[in-house]
Write a protein that binds this ligand. Sequence first.
Ligand code: MN
Length: 497
Amino acid sequence: MAQLGLNDILGALRNKPSEARVKVITKAYELAQTAHQGQKRVSGEDYVQHPIAVAKILAEIGMGGKTIAAGLLHDAAEDTPISLEELRKAFGEEIASLVDGVTKLGKIKLRGSHEEYYLENLRKMLMAMAADIRVIIIKLADRLHNMQTLNVLPPEKRERIARETMEVYVPLANRLGIGEIKSQLADLAFRYIEPEKYVQTKELLDKKFSETEKYVNQSIRELRKELKKGGINVIDIHGRGKSVHSLYMKLITHDMDINRIYDLAALRVIVPEVADCYEALGIVHRRFRPMVGRIKDFISLPKPNGYQSLHTTVFGPEGKILEVQIRTQKMHDEAEFGIAAHWIYHEREKKRRSWRRYIFPKRTPTPSKELIWIRQLREWQSEMGRDDDAFIEGLKIDFFQNHIFAFTPRGDIIDLPEGATPIDFAYAIHSEVGNHATGAKADGKMVTLDHRISNGQVIEILTAKDRKVPNKDWLRFTKTSVAKSHIRRELRRAGLL
Ligand code: MN
């Protein structure tokens, strides 16, 4: 196996690094080499290859120098003679606490039932996430490299780690919008959990790929020409592959019939501005006939995890079905790198402002969706206390359900699980709004309090000052654990529960 070194990390950085960044990464690299001196992995290679690979992944997804340095040192405080104190002295509080956070996440003892273990794992993830999201991103990179090298472990161990990856890490990467890591993790885990299905699906995918490759390339050539003629400055145009696991999931919902899946052959057009996206869509439709009902505008109405793009399905060369996705570079980076992309753009837009103020802004009018979600998580935790098992259990459900976004009349975004009602919305704003709710409007029209909010609706909550106790019936239809716990608490206080 090829040996990784410092240049592999520096070469993977997405922007030209500052001197300070190169310095901190180099210093961490040297300490990692010393700390892991003589240690070997199960595969027999030098242990330090693992933290180097983790740091390289972090560089690839656009993380900053401190996170990359912490990635290099993430196993150093636990398994080597180097202490956390020494790290703190050499690298400062921020890097040391990142390393500490990753170390703590790793200390999960396998005990009790599978369910208990899973819950414990998830709880630690959520706690760490609210404290510092970068800890989770390092942990995801750590897990990705461990999955890439899983074949050296004994079979029982492989399967357990693969299951945990599918149940905890894949949804987490998805929720953070890091599509790149999510699909790699899902494919690797799928391969060890269901080896036969993996092989079957992969064969199917490879066969389809060789069938579609020719006309995808032909469409790329034709579209490039047309877009140029139309005066569009195309940044990039490429075919996009589907992951084995996502194809399998789609097959399950389409009676295992591959002919019913329209996005197998897809190509992506990256353009500079939002306006170019719509213009390019028009040009695509002029060249290739669109399929009715398959145009999706995720730019005006983003997917719950923040994904933005225009999608259309057309009859491409030879009349074959082809999906075309059109987006700006920023949308593309956010789709691939998710929350990590916020660091890239944040650094470009506002240098020298700490990430902490960005994630937990005091008075920012429109912080981006993912960040609102993390801020909410943190608020819930401090409000509900750390050891409320019912709450964590509920949060698990909220966390992995599909999400929708609703708006307050002032335009603030509220992130809710699918099926949420105005009561969930009200408690998501503030417990007092929930406790005093008497009615609700959706897009200006009166609705019942058990109305199912749909994505993008503007919800207005009507309140009455004199109402003191929530209605017991609300427990039947509310979806979020935040709403349920508040309602129960108020009912108990009033002696009604
Ligand atoms: Mn590790």
